[in-house]
Design a protein around this ligand. Sequence first.
Ligand code: COA
Length: 177
Amino acid sequence: MLHMNITVRQEVKRDYAVVFEINKAAFEQNEEAELVDALRKSKAFIPELSLVAVAGCKAVGHILFTKAIIKNESGEEFESLALAPMAVHPDFQMAGIGSKMINYGLDKGRELGFKSVTVLGHDMYYPKFGFMPASNWNIRVPFDVPENIFMAIELTPGGLDGVSGIVHYADEFQSVC
Ligand SMILES: CC(C)(COP(=O)(O)OP(=O)(O)OC[C@H]1O[C@@H](n2cnc3c(N)ncnc32)[C@H](O)[C@@H]1OP(=O)(O)O)[C@@H](O)C(=O)NCCC(=O)NCCS
């Protein structure tokens, strides 16, 4: 496994069933797999940012970035991306695949013109990609979470300058939050 050749590419229709199985296996439940199915049909879906990691010709990881809006107290809205969910099949974890998908996704998001990404997740994992506590920008989620697990990253220098407020996710997320 150490010498696996891993490539990351945009997910296509024939990956959907495998992506469902990857999420189900990684999260040990169906919720995230079903969330991905629902998000593909949502307005927040960006096909170029639903990515699979492929080992040989088999998808073994999946990551999704969807459109999110950060809305400040004056009602101003800023477009951002939400990273979620992300999964690597348990047989392939701890081999750098997750990292490869994140870096690829951040580059693609930048290329598509997005200025920032937020994520709710492990505070030992995401900072190594440049994520910082979203509280640095006074960006919050509309529910109670420990401050350290809600993070953001600028995709361009100053990408979050003047941005603050509450992140609004695609409605589909409410089914798992
Ligand atoms: C989180 C996940 C996608 C990481 O994928 P991966 O391919 O194993 O990650 P990588 O090999 O790139 O990175 C491994 C690194 O992450 C750390 N790591 C992996 N899973 C972690 C976890 N659950 N908590 C904290 N750190 C974790 C490892 O310690 C390792 O650190 P190192 O690079 O300093 O040695 C994978 O573990 C997974 O699918 N987990 C279950 C689903 C999940 O929790 N998804 C994230 C929330 S949406």
